[in-house]
Design a protein around this ligand. Structure first.
Ligand SMILES: [Zn+2]
Length: 193
């Protein structure tokens, strides 16, 4: 983690323009590199470029069978995976995942999935998502996805409305018109409430 004067978290933002119906970002993956304390260069030959689907419906990270073969991964075990058609036994692997901006997730246990729809190498599930904070906003028809680790604070839109309302009310004089638009004086309307 970064120390000194920089904030003690790492973050990435993805905003391709327009509204998007799935979040797929570029990532790098590798079979476990056990000397992660050593500096990993961006173009380290041990890292393979792939794409990641961010999926809040997945409890765990997954890897496509195609990518597992390409990386020559050795299974770490087998597990039962539940999906729409029932349960299925599948390989598990240990994978180092390198998200943009040096968000590194070493030693991630991933499940192999076969024949998934869409074109991505891995699925990022709730096991990584819950390591930090994730925001999806769609201002002016442009989706922005942002993720930071570790978690810093909650984003609470209900609280935002309340704080905005409190700010407006605190600036209103007793005899001014109430900001709610009722036409009544503030003292006879929301000041009482
Ligand atoms: Zn009012």
């Amino acid at each position: 983690m970064t120390t000194g004067k920089f904030p003690p978290f790492r973050a990435m933002t993805y905003s391709p323009g327009g509204l998007i119906n799935s979040i797929i970002t570029q990532v790098k993956v590798s079979s476990p590199i056990n000397d992660l304390d050593a500096k990993i260069e961006k173009h380290d030959p041990r890292l393979t470029d792939t794409t990641a689907l961010w999926d809040t419906g997945a409890t765990h990270c997954c890897i496509s069978k195609k990518l597992a073969i390409e990386l020559n991964l050795i299974p770490s075990g087998r597990t039962d995976m539940s999906h729409a058609k029932g349960k299925e036994s599948t390989n598990t692997y240990t994978l180092d995942i390198f998200l943009p901006n040096e968000i590194w997730v070493p030693g991630c246990e991933v499940m192999e999935i076969e024949g998934v729809a869409g074109n991505f190498g891995i699925i990022i599930g709730m096991d990584i998502i819950t390591m930090g904070d994730l925001a999806i906003t769609n201002v002016n028809g442009n989706t922005m996805f942002s993720f930071r680790v570790p978690s810093v604070s909650h984003i609470d839109f209900v609280k935002e409305i309340r704080l905005d309302a409190e700010k407006i009310l605190s600036k209103t004089g007793r005899n001014e018109k109430c900001p709610c638009g009722s036409g009544k004086k503030f003292k006879d309307c929301h000041l009482k409430k």
